[in-house]
Design a binder for this molecule. Structure first.
Ligand SMILES: [Fe+2]
Ligand SMILES: [Fe+2]
Length: 489
């Protein structure tokens, strides 16, 4: 399968200007954030406030002069500067998340900077944006517009949120790209596992390309791909499991600040972590009842069988790193070494193995499989991973993993205090709103299905600062006859 060419072919000049806007945009966001922080921490006349605001005014003016215009717009979880989307990465994650949340709470969809803005103009806008009030976003929007008008500030034109046709197209394209990456990855993984099973050596270059595709996708836009992991296919468990573990590991590695190269290596190791299972008889992998001692020995051998498989790959010029072998060997070992295979000497489980163990444990527990028809609710699994020391996971990494997925991960079915039923569709980018994800409401209080589902951001309050909806508990999709994955595509 080859990926279709992207729709728009940009000239080199366009590309160059896109890169310039992104760079300028990042500086603008950093200056914006620094000024917001300074206003929150110090009185307005403080030199830190004055300095950061002067810097913001200057950065904005330079960008406006260079680009001919300056429009800062948010659409869903994306931030655009003029027509260019700013990329989220580890260094700007908190900055972007904070500004995104403030704009949403203030009911602002776009800020158009029309004329040269003085530091004084920015001061008022940012003070209004950062103020804590109990008004709803719609009320706050009106309030901010009228306060700017009263102060005779004409630098900014504010718009309420509106999804434009190009935003919609962009969101659709992002989803389609994530779908393509996911299905290609599953197809290649299937090919690899089946090849090894019949004694053929798979093409390592192909595997590496898959991992690169996932890394690029996660770096570009984390949420779409993570959303896809929730569409767990019962028949394809072995293959989707490897791909899901790869996605979760890369996303977690990214949060930990790993470089792109480190993420490739981690992703490769994660994708191959269970390759040893292709040396375990199929009927044993699919067995529904309890395993006999002899059978369990086979199963427990998959870590080192995996090391042997990877070792055989080394005949090819494109070899897999020894780190991938270490992950194969260690992913069931547990940090206190109480897992398997047993090791006689004390050792430190490697960081990559610790990450893969978390991704592996989470995906295995939330999937339904041949011998385990019930999948646990994702939130219950996270809680167990955090609270049960016998799981042998690294507590700090589990914490980071929960921060990544939110308390209610994508695909969780939840009951709201309005007695509506909803499926979590994205984690809230603001770490302070972990329990208030973005959900799709699928049925009303009386249990009538809502089609198409209504998407709401639970972190946005209504008038009076009250939240219209809050999650009260998670629910079992089987009991309600719901397949959460259906709402995520
Ligand atoms: Fe395993
Ligand atoms: Fe696994």
């Amino acid at each position: 399968m080859t990926a279709p060419a992207t729709k728009t072919v940009r000239s080199d000049g366009d590309k160059q200007s896109g890169a310039n806007v992104r760079r300028g945009g990042r500086n603008f966001m950093i200056a914006f954030y620094a000024a917001l922080r300074a206003i929150k921490l110090y009185p307005l006349e403080h030199s830190a406030v004055q300095r950061t605001l002067a810097e913001l005014a200057q950065v904005a003016e330079e960008l406006r002069a260079e680009e001919g215009e300056l429009e800062f717009r948010i659409s869903g979880e994306f931030i655009f500067l003029n027509e260019t989307r700013l990329r989220l990465d580890l260094s700007n994650y908190a900055t972007f998340g904070h500004i995104l949340t403030l704009c949403k709470l203030a009911g602002i969809g776009a800020i158009h900077v029309g004329t040269k803005g003085a530091a004084r103009d920015w001061t008022l806008l940012l003070s209004l944006l950062g103020a804590e009030t109990k008004s709803s976003p719609a009320e706050r929007f009106k309030e901010i517009v009228s306060r700017l008008k009263e102060a005779k500030i004409e630098t900014f034109q504010l718009d309420a949120p509106a999804e434009t046709a190009s935003d919609k197209e962009f969101n659709e394209e992002a989803k389609a790209a994530a779908n393509r990456t996911y299905s290609q990855s599953v197809a290649v993984t299937k090919d690899v596992i089946n090849s090894v099973r019949i004694g053929k050596t798979p093409n390592i270059r192909k595997i590496k390309r898959v991992v690169q595709g996932i890394v690029d996708q996660v770096l570009n836009e984390e949420t779409s791909l993570i959303g896809l992991t929730a569409i767990r296919d019962y028949d394809e468990y072995t293959f989707t499991h490897s791909v899901n573990v790869c996605i979760f590991s890369i996303a977690l590695g990214r949060r930990l600040g790993m470089t792109k190269l480190q993420l490739y290596e981690l992703g490769l190791a994660a994708l191959m972590h269970d390759i040893g299972k292709s040396r375990v008889p199929l009927d044993l992998l699919q067995k529904t009842g309890e395993l006999t001692d002899e059978e369990w020995k086979w199963m427990a051998a998959h870590p080192w069988l995996g090391v042997l498989v990877l070792f055989q790959f080394r005949r090819q010029q494109e070899e897999l790193s020894y780190r991938a072998m270490t992950v194969c060997q260690e992913h069931h070992m547990k940090v206190d070494l109480t897992g398997y295979p047993k090791c006689n000497r004390p050792r430190q489980v490697s960081l990559l193995s610790k990450i893969v163990s978390i991704a592996d444990g989470y995906d295995a527990a939330t999937s339904r499989r041949v011998y385990k028809t019930e999948a646990l609710a994702p939130s219950a699994v996270l809680e167990e991973m955090r609270d049960n020391p016998r799981r042998g996971l690294d507590p700090v990494l589990v914490k980071a993993f929960i921060n990544l997925l939110g308390i209610y991960p994508v695909g969780t079915l939840v009951v709201l205090d309005t007695f509506e039923l909803a499926v979590v569709s994205a984690a809230n980018p603001n770490p302070e709103s972990l329990s208030r994800p973005i959900v799709k409401i699928i049925s009303d209080a009386q249990g009538n299905r809502i089609a198409p589902p209504l998407q709401v951001d639970l972190a946005v309050p209504e008038a009076g600062g009250q939240y219209a909806r809050t999650i009260i508990k998670t629910a079992d999709p089987d009991r309600y006859g719901v397949t959460p994955g259906d709402y995520l595509i």
